[in-house]
Design a binder for this molecule. Structure first.
Ligand code: SF4
Length: 299
């Protein structure tokens, strides 16, 4: 298998077959992220992807899900994504769904017809870095799109029957706007009805604009306790109509919870409240900021 540069996947894709189709991230500009800063964006040639699938057919012949690497693999043109799906189904006939990291920016250039074709080809549960339900926060995080774009593009995915997950970054509006941010994020999620919600606290990679803003005091960080308070407020506001996973179990989540909404809503709140009460005052008042070596101080 060919793997170049940094490779990341969501924690809940641990069982998926990883197939590298791009290197780096085509956006590579979010204010908190340095994951691919030193990795030029490139697209893998089709013959290399086919050779990896030929190999995968021998060691994972029964794979049912493929996750395309890397930072925003759904940014590939629809034609290329359809060619990749055709190859996946040729070599791995048991595959039913194909996932990838996706940004709102990746969806905009695709036509409605292309989104429908991608859904029919198996693309499902794209992992979208929406991050926030507040326009100014999305702009501050330098996502390159607006809240209106996010709403419109996720509605387009729903119309195309292409299911998706959303990532929300709590504490990204700072400690003075916890309630406003929780309510805005929940309103967005309730409107677009994703299949999974993944939440984690804001973090700043070393060398990013956000890291510098934290160091200079321009961006005020929430404490870990305030982060959990925001998560509780968010869950309280959720109104999911169909089964939707809730994943708050990233290594950076101070209180790790997960479940299925709407069924587990009250349990999630109960677990978060219990976790908050159990946090030591020291942990509750600490910040998710990173040290000079990039290691979270609370790890
Ligand atoms: S957060 Fe995602 S879209 Fe933004 S720069 Fe990092 S990998 Fe790219």
């Amino acid at each position: 298998m060919h793997f170049y540069g940094q490779n990341y996947r969501p924690p809940f894709e641990a069982q998926s077959l990883l197939l590298q189709v791009t290197t780096g991230c085509s956006h590579n500009a979010c204010s908190f992220c340095a994951m691919y800063r030193r990795t030029p964006y490139t697209e893998s040639p089709l013959h290399e992807i086919e050779s990896d699938l030929y190999e995968a057919a021998r060691f994972r012949p029964n794979a049912t899900r493929v996750f395309l690497e890397n930072g925003d693999a759904f940014g590939l043109p629809a034609k290329r994504l359809l060619e990749i799906a055709e190859l996946i189904h040729k070599y791995l006939p048991n595959v039913t769904t194909i996932g990838a990291y996706a940004s709102i920016k990746n969806i905009i250039p695709k036509t409605d017809e292309e989104l429908k074709q991608l859904a029919v080809a198996g693309y499902a549960h794209l992992n979208i870095g929406v991050e926030s339900g507040l326009d100014d926060v999305i702009a501050y995080l330098k996502k390159g799109t607006t809240l209106a774009d996010a709403r419109e593009q996720m509605h387009r995915l729903n119309e195309a029957n292409l299911p998706f997950n959303v990532n929300i970054i709590f504490a990204s509006a700072g400690p003075d706007r916890i309630e406003e941010h929780a309510i805005a994020c929940a309103a967005l999620v309730n409107e677009v009805q994703p299949k999974l919600i993944s939440v984690s606290p804001i973090h700043a990679d070393f060398g990013t604009p956000l890291f510098d803003d934290i160091a200079s005091g321009k961006f005020k960080e929430c404490t870990l306790g305030q982060y959990v308070e925001e998560e509780i407020l968010f869950v309280r506001q959720l109104d999911l109509k169909n089964d939707c996973g809730f994943f708050g179990q990233h290594v950076s989540n101070p209180v790790k919870v997960g479940g299925i909404l709407p069924r587990d809503k009250e349990k999630l709140i109960e677990w978060l409240e219990a976790g908050l009460s159990a946090m030591s005052p020291e942990l509750r008042n600490s910040h998710p900021r990173k040290g000079a070596e990039g290691r979270p101080l609370y790890a």
